[in-house]
Design a protein around this ligand. Structure first.
Ligand code: S3P
Length: 190
């Protein structure tokens, strides 16, 4: 019975790559994973991909090679997935909008970019271990960083979803609704 139920669950296809952006703690990775599980599409976390390829956590890349090197790797990785016709859902690191080139990539009409909006105070409550986030040192500087990045998130995004007061499930449902409405997430027929 359980298998039959699973077999009858609708399967979806993406007809574009979908990028989730937003400040640290916006829930990008969890929301991407939730959508992937629910709609049977593939998802990827850009930071996890970078960590695996570099063989060290992001915090160590920052420590040993500096932020600029990390940003170079981030741009190369973003470009690789943006060029791919695999059409998956990709969660990006919060600083993806720090480079103008990345904003251009995200704005490319081949891609669809969703900004999951949060503020630093909400983010601080969501992040369980800030030692994994080299740029989330203290609340005061996180507030300033979050505010200063907001115009760039807005510029890069096709749509913004305010995550304040919402959990992963509620946000994922809003993203799914938006993607279906845009004709990007389509139920597979037959
Ligand atoms: C960063 C956010 C992190 C990670 C790195 C830099 C940033 O990703 O890419 O620590 O500059 O905001 P999350 O947004 O997944 O925490």
């Amino acid at each position: 019975m359980a298998l039959m139920e699973r077999e009858s669950a609708p399967i979806y296809d993406l007809n574009q790559n979908v990028f989730l952006i937003g400040f640290m703690g916006a829930g990008k990775s969890s929301v991407a994973r939730k959508i992937a599980r629910e709609c049977h599409v593939a998802s990827l976390d850009l930071d996890t991909f970078i960590e695996r390829r570099c063989g060290m956590p992001i915090s160590e890349i920052f420590e040993k090679h500096g932020e600029e090197k990390f940003r170079e790797i981030e741009t190369l990785t973003l470009q690789t997935f943006a060029d791919s016709d695999e059409h998956i859902i990709i969660s990006c690191g919060g600083g993806i909008v720090c480079r103008e080139r990345n904003i251009e990539i995200l704005k490319n009409t081949k891609n669809y970019t969703v900004h999951l909006k949060t503020d630093a105070d909400t983010a601080a409550r969501r992040i369980s271990d800030i030692s994994t986030r080299p740029l989330f040192n203290d609340l005061e500087s996180a507030r300033a960083r979050c505010l200063s990045r907001m115009p760039a998130y807005e510029e890069a995004a096709d749509v913004t979803i305010d995550t304040k007061g919402l959990g992963v499930y509620a946000v994922s449902q809003q993203v799914i609704y938006q993607l279906k409405g845009e004709g990007i997430l389509c139920q597979r027929r037959g």
